[in-house]
Design a protein around this ligand. Sequence first.
Ligand SMILES: [Zn+2]
Length: 407
Amino acid sequence: MARPTGVGTDEVRRANLSTILQTVHRHGPTTRAELTRQLGLNRSTIGGLTGELQALGLVSEETAVQAGRSGRPSHLVVPRADNLVATVDLGVDRIAAAVVGLGGEVLERRTRLHQRGEHDVDHVVESVAQMVEELLAACAGARCFGVGVAVPGAIRAEDGMVQFAPNLGWTREPFTERLGERLGRPVTAGNDANLGVIAEHLRGAAAGFTHAAYLAGSVGVGGGFLVDGVPLGGSAGYAGEVGHLQVDATGPQCRCGATGCWEMKVGENRLLQLAGRLPGGGPSAVAEVIAAARAGDERAAASLADVATWIGAGLRAVINLFNPDVIVLGGALAQVWDVEADTINAAVERSALLAPRGEVTITASRLGGESPLVGAAEMAFNPVLEDPQALACAAGPATTRLASPRR
Ligand SMILES: [Zn+2]
C-alpha cells in the first residue's frame, strides 16, 4: 500500500494520507513509529502527513511515553470520533440505525419495529430519516460524512436503486435517492449480506481470510462473498443471491416466484412452522425453539434437525461454487449452527466434490446481528478514507469535540 518516498507528487501524498487514515480507522490508535515501519517512509515524512490529517480534524496526536523504554517518546495517532457516519440496517421486521465514529466505535443507536404493512416506501423513508436525524442531533457539532444503508435485496451498484427486495415487497424502488433528498445528505445503499461480508472481513470472524462467504438468515437468506479479498458484485451488483438457490425441486413456492429456494427451507419462519409455532417471531422465537429442544421437546428438536440438514445442503453448493476459506454464518443460521453443527457438517460432507469440507472454516459471525450495520458504516466512510483531503474539506470542519468513548 505504501508508495515510494521522495516522489513528492500530490497523488502520492493523497495515497499516503489515505493509507494512514485507513490504518488508524481499522486498527485503532497507532504510533508514528509503527506507521513509519508500515509505509516504509521516513519519520519526517510521516510527521508531515499525520500533521496534515490533524489539521483536517481527522486525527489527534498524543504523546505516549512507553514505560521502561528509553529514547524518544512515541506519538500516538488517534482517529477522531467526531468524524462520523450514520448507518442503517433495514430489516424485514425492524430498522436499526446508529452513528459510528471514525475508528469504528458505535456512538449512538436506535431500533424501531416496522408496523404491519409499513413497508410502504414513503413510510420507510420517513422512519429512517427521523431515526437518522435523532441520532445526528445527539451528536451535535460532529462532522457527518454521509449515510450508509443495508437493504435486504438486490441493489443496483451505480445509483442505489432497490431493484428487488422480495421480503419488503419492493421492485425498482428509488429508495436511496429518496432518502438522500429527504435528508439532504449523501446516502449510499448496499445489499445487507454484501456489506456483512465486508464487516466480518474488516472487524469480525473473516479477518485474515481472503476467500470468504457471509451467509445470514432471517426471513430470507442473504449471501455476500469476498473473492481473493475483493467483494463479489457481478455486472450490476446483484451477485450472491444464494437464498434463491434451488435446493428442493418439490417445493415450497418462494416469494421470488421459483420453487424450493434455500431460504424457504432454512428461513426463520420455516423453522417456526415446523416446530408448530406462528411465523414472524424473529430471533427470539428461534431461541425459544432451541430452548424447547434442549428441554426435551421432540417436535422442536426434529424441526432444528430438518433445518440443519437443509442448511448443510446449501452450504455444500456454496462450497463447491466458491471454494471459500471461511464461511461466516449470521442470524438464524448462526443460531442453528451453535446447536446443530454436527448435523450441518454431516449434510455438507454427503458430497465433498472438489472442495473438501475439511479445508473450509465454518463459524458463527463475530459481530452478531451487527454485521450489515457495521458494513454500511464502512461503505459510508469509504470516500473520506480514500481521499481524506477532498472529503474533509467538502464536509466542513468539525466544530465541537465529542467525548471519545475510546479512552
Ligand atoms: Zn426464491
